[in-house]
Design a protein around this ligand. Structure first.
Ligand code: SF4
Length: 100
């Protein structure tokens, strides 16, 4: 566990709130998932290490599910793609098309 993880608001929470039912457990309905995810995000909003958590989960390349850093898996994927596009634009800026 890294230092920031010791300060995590979720450290004493049931991890099923962030990751959903485990293998062999009944699946949740879309409505149940939405309620669970919203509860987890509410905890993240009050977390003192949300930035560190999000950066950590954006860096790791393994497939991820669940809420982390205040975002669900789809939101993290979208966020990561935006960051990659932004970085690519900064590496290869388009010419300004300025006439001499
Ligand atoms: S941001 Fe959310 S998932 Fe990350 S450490 Fe804080 S409470 Fe846990």
């Amino acid at each position: 566990m890294t230092r920031w993880q010791h300060r995590a608001a979720c450290k004493d929470e049931d991890q099923a709130l962030f990751y959903g039912p485990g293998e062999g457990e009944p699946r949740e309905t879309p409505q149940e998932k939405e309620r669970r995810v919203n509860k987890a995000k509410a905890i993240c909003r009050g977390c003192p290490v949300q930035t560190e958590c999000l950066e950590f989960h954006l860096r790791i390349s393994a497939p991820q599910h669940g809420v982390a850093g205040g975002l669900d898996e789809d939101e993290r994927t979208t966020y990561r793609r935006r960051q990659q596009r932004k970085a690519a634009r900064e590496r290869h800026p388009r010419s300004l098309n300025v006439k001499p």
